[in-house]
Ligand binder design. Sequence first.
Ligand code: NAD
Length: 283
Amino acid sequence: MKELFGKVAFITGAASGIGLGIAHALARRGMKIVLADIEKEALEAARKDLEQRQAEVIAIPLDVSDREAVRRAADKTIEAFGKVHVLCNNAGVGRSVRLDEATGTDWDWVLGVNMYGAINGLLAFVPLIKSHGEGGHIVNTSSLSGLRYSPDRGQGIYSTTKFALIGMSEALASDMAPLGIGVSVLCPAFVKTQMPHSGRNRPDRFGGPLRANRRPDDPLLVGAINGKEPDLVGEYVATGIEENQLHILTDAKDRHLVEARMRKISDAFEYTARRDAREAAHK
Ligand SMILES: NC(=O)c1ccc[n+]([C@@H]2O[C@H](COP(=O)([O-])OP(=O)(O)OC[C@H]3O[C@@H](n4cnc5c(N)ncnc54)[C@H](O)[C@@H]3O)[C@@H](O)[C@H]2O)c1
């Protein structure tokens, strides 16, 4: 989407961190903004902040894992602004736990928000974006943890969801291209946000708020404190929408981490090629 001015964006997880950074960047380009988030006080503060920046903005309290609630939020978006052009499936949570110790509830919560939240967004908003024929864009927030696994941090469930969002986004890009709707998948490395404390927003049906007792030297905590500014990441997203970038990356220095994973896959292909050649020679 080259021209964002006057168009409408719906952003989940918009009360803080990267979601709020995206809202700032899109508001700066003159978009009308719908902020959606489960954390009501922070959501109201974010709405006021956007209003002070002269943005046309509404805020909708929302648990993205609740499909009906996402559909109602889509209705409210249309009531307020008539159309919607940009969907940012950004709400996300993490649970630091080894996979051999994870419970069903751990899986249900993190998949419910990170994966089903994005799926619910597509179900509710893609028909609306298609309906006006003016084009649009969908951004799914994945992670560098969706491009490679970071060992020893208990991020197995989180990585499962973030890998899935990359596959979904690449498929979506191919399905949406003929409709003039672009797709991006945002894969940030560390960003200075409340992410290490995402248990604060765990809904009651997934066990209620969860306090993570992180040591001060916890790599996730240290990473977040030293991470990129959310407003800068918001700018990357806005540019990614304007330039229809499929993969939006935040930190070039991390390329080697993804390349190391790709090398392992490439080595596995080499192994298979040698085996196939041996088998062919014996026929
Ligand atoms: N911060 C990082 O280093 C980093 C790195 C890679 C990816 N990400 C991803 O960025 C996205 C945004 O996270 P952030 O870093 O800004 O953290 P954050 O905790 O500051 O923001 C996440 C927002 O999502 C909201 N949220 C949580 N559960 C929700 C639910 N069920 N329904 C609606 N909203 C809900 C929270 O209230 C919060 O406002 C997430 O998808 C996260 O996985 C973050």
